[in-house]
Design a binder for this molecule. Structure first.
Ligand SMILES: C[S@@+](CC[C@H](N)C(=O)[O-])C[C@H]1O[C@@H](n2cnc3c(N)ncnc32)[C@H](O)[C@@H]1O
Length: 276
């Protein structure tokens, strides 16, 4: 599992150093998320768990008349985001737990998140708070991973791990797959007051490696970010070396047209805040 404390520290630090590669890995999904978000106009947008800020930046750049705030618990990710957004007067990044964060005068009519909503220890309470701070009828649009079995990158990596390592966390536990079960997500959102909940399954290439040596690029990426990195850190030296060889072979099998991009599967979830 990845929890909030890890994002505040070690995991946030790694993601801050790797934002170019994480943005690259999500590129096709980002396009879908932004397409849905900009389907209608908005005045104030909140990016939940904004990380290094790509979604906030894109929304602020394309909508100079709107105000955009990205909120995250990782200081280091926000430092990266602020550097990237320094030229945008309509964009701010704030440190805070989105499950509690408020700002006087900021009543978002659009709430977005690219994979930033699966880490709340009490998700129903967090989404109830977000419904409270949102404008009446505000649009909520976020992405999250579907089940590992629908993510070739994740199930492929899991199959390479020694027994006992990398077992999927129990359903609902904070982490990248916490929102894989759409019935669970629908229940949380409905309990929290959101309505008209919809799910669209989006498959996209999870671009892990490009450039002169896409396999080594992907290998170094997976060894610092995500479940393979977490499992590798827990291995004995000899076990780790053998795992890295298996991982290299897996990535080589996914090398196509100059890039390593195993399939990934996400939900694009939309909902409406209460009418009041
Ligand atoms: C998978 S990353 C996604 C980051 C970013 N949205 C992106 O797409 O690059 C999850 C993000 O959620 C943030 N996060 C986790 N728990 C949070 C909370 N309670 N409030 C705000 N942000 C949180 C993490 O620090 C991290 O930046």
């Amino acid at each position: 599992m990845t929890d909030q404390a890890e994002w505040e520290g070690r995991v946030g630090r790694t993601w801050a150093a790797e934002w170019q590669r994480t943005d690259r890995s999500f590129a096709a999904l980002t396009e879908r998320l932004l397409g849905a978000a900009t389907d209608a106009t908005f005045a104030q947008a909140l990016d939940i768990g904004c990380g290094a800020g790509e979604v906030s930046l894109a929304l602020a750049r394309a909508n100079p008349g709107a105000q955009v705030i990205g909120v995250d618990v990782s200081d280091e990710l926000l430092t990266a985001a602020r550097v990237r957004g320094a030229d945008l007067p309509n964009l701010a990044f704030e440190l805070g737990d989105a499950a509690r964060w408020t700002r006087t005068g900021f009543v978002p009519d659009l709430l977005v998140s690219r994979h930033g909503v699966m880490f709340f220890p009490e998700p129903a309470a967090a989404f109830a708070h977000l419904a409270d701070v949102a404008a009446a009828d505000a649009r909520l649009i976020f992405t999250c991973f579907r089940d590992p079995s629908e993510n070739a990158w994740a199930s492929g990596l899991a199959a390479l791990l020694p027994p006992g390592l990398g077992a999927p966390p129990p359903p609902g536990e904070p982490g990248p797959f916490a929102f894989a079960d759409k019935a669970y997500v629908e229940r949380i959102l409905t309990e929290a007051g959101w309505r008209d909940v919809t799910f669209e399954a989006v498959d996209f290439p999870y671009v892990a490696g490009t450039g002169d040596d896409p396999v080594e690029d992907a290998l170094s990426y997976f060894l610092v970010i995500g479940p393979a990195a977490r499992a590798a850190a827990q291995m004995e030296e000899h076990e780790r070396a053998a795992f890295i060889e298996r991982l290299r072979g897996f990535l080589r099998d996914h090398l196509e047209n100059g890039r390593v991009a195993p399939q990934a599967g996400a939900w694009l979830v939309t909902a409406r805040a209460p009418a009041r």
